[in-house]
Design a protein. Structure first.
Length: 373
């Protein structure tokens, strides 16, 4: 007999995107947002520039790296990087989950590049990287949001690479150590690790990426929202608070609030520490139960943000479990991604409270025993 838990998580928000807001979040944090003002006004550009500069400081980006706010969330930012930078060299694509496969498909079917090598890993596994050549351009996700797999570090990238590295880092930044000196183009979005609001992408460029941009013209037409240069030169204003399309000043204020919270808890070190502590909660739970396991069996490559789990239940009973936890408001939005193997997915980024995860695990055990045969 498994008694029903008495305490519920204060914030049962475990969605992998959009992710939970920071602890203590209140809409009053947005009261100073310059609503009704142009994003090109002095105050508008100041707030956008502040978001860029605070991000660079917290992430520890090299001084000569650029960071800009671009349209259409991480998807738009990464498409922008691919459409501007790829085509000069052979491309090696590393993928082990749904979004990495999307980039591979876009490279082969939309950009229609012919010299492409694919390195595929099944869900829960890292592909064999021995054949990857960094004389080529290399495209990859740092963390597989839909598979619970991450790169354990940057040792696989040589410092003397000849090609560019393009990294979708949207569920990794602010939660994992990323060796920026080995990354030439990286992207993320506000609604992931810091729990910001949607629709805005962030694009990081190294000096090597800027050099490629200014010396290479792709053979395909670029839509306006993808264009990063004018008259053969990088549009530097994008990386100083100007934007290609109209940003939401309300969303910008929300992101600034999240960045301030990140600073208050110790910056990147504090953020990573909270995320890793959250993962340990689930690792402790899994170690005590034989009916649940990690999709990523190897702890070295196990994500500390998008934690994917397998459960020994038939698909219909698994759906009942997810629905039961939702009905009880004990754990919301925890079903695995639609293209991933059936299971559960708990977001464990820094905005999630360890205590809420501990309570959610109690409810998970109760729910499992309610639906199992």
């Amino acid at each position: 007999m498994h008694p029903k838990p008495q305490e519920k998580p204060a914030r049962p928000y475990f969605s992998s995107g959009p992710c939970a807001k920071r602890p203590g979040y209140n809409l009053q944090a947005l009261r100073l947002a310059p609503l009704g003002r142009s994003h090109r006004s002095s105050i508008g550009k100041t707030r956008l520039r502040e978001a860029i500069e605070k991000t660079k400081i917290i992430l520890g980006l090299p001084e000569d790296y650029l960071l800009g706010i671009v349209p259409a969330s991480d998807t738009g930012a990464f498409e922008m990087a691919m459409w501007n930078l790829l085509g000069e060299r052979t491309v090696d694509v590393i993928y082990f989950e749904a979004f990495g496969k999307t980039w591979a498909d876009d490279i082969t079917r939309q950009l229609k590049l012919e010299n492409v090598n694919l390195f595929k890993g099944d869900y829960g596994f890292m592909p064999d990287l021995t054949g990857v050549s960094f004389d080529h351009d290399v495209v990859f996700t740092w963390n597989g949001t839909t598979s619970g797999v991450k790169f354990p570090g940057g040792d696989f990238i040589p410092a003397d690479r000849k090609g560019l590295t393009l990294c979708d880092a949207t569920s990794a930044v602010f939660a994992m150590e990323i060796p920026w000196e080995k990354i030439d183009a990286a992207t993320f979005s506000w609604q992931k690790v810091l729990g910001g609001e949607a629709a805005h992408g962030m694009l990081i460029l190294s000096p090597r990426a800027v050099e490629r941009l200014e010396n290479y013209n792709p053979p395909w037409p670029l839509p306006k929202i993808f264009r990063l240069k004018k008259n053969g030169k990088l549009m530097a204003e994008i990386f100083d608070g100007s934007t290609i399309n109209t940003p939401s000043m309300l969303c910008c204020e929300d992101y600034l609030d999240a960045l301030q919270w990140a600073e208050n808890i110790g910056g990147l070190k504090g953020l990573i520490g909270r995320s890793e502590a959250n993962l340990k909660v689930i690792e402790g739970f899994v170690s005590k139960h034989d009916w649940i396991n990690f999709l990523a069996g190897d702890p070295e490559i196990r994500s500390n943000t998008s934690v994917c789990l397998t459960v020994k239940l038939e698909p219909d009973r698994l759906k009942q479990l997810v629905k039961l936890l939702e009905t009880e408001e004990a754990a919301l939005d925890i079903a695995s991604y639609r293209d991933a193997p059936g299971g559960l997915r708990f977001w464990c980024g820094a905005t999630v409270e360890k205590e809420d995860l501990e309570k959610a695990m109690q409810w998970l055990e109760w729910a499992y025993h309610q639906v199992k045969p």
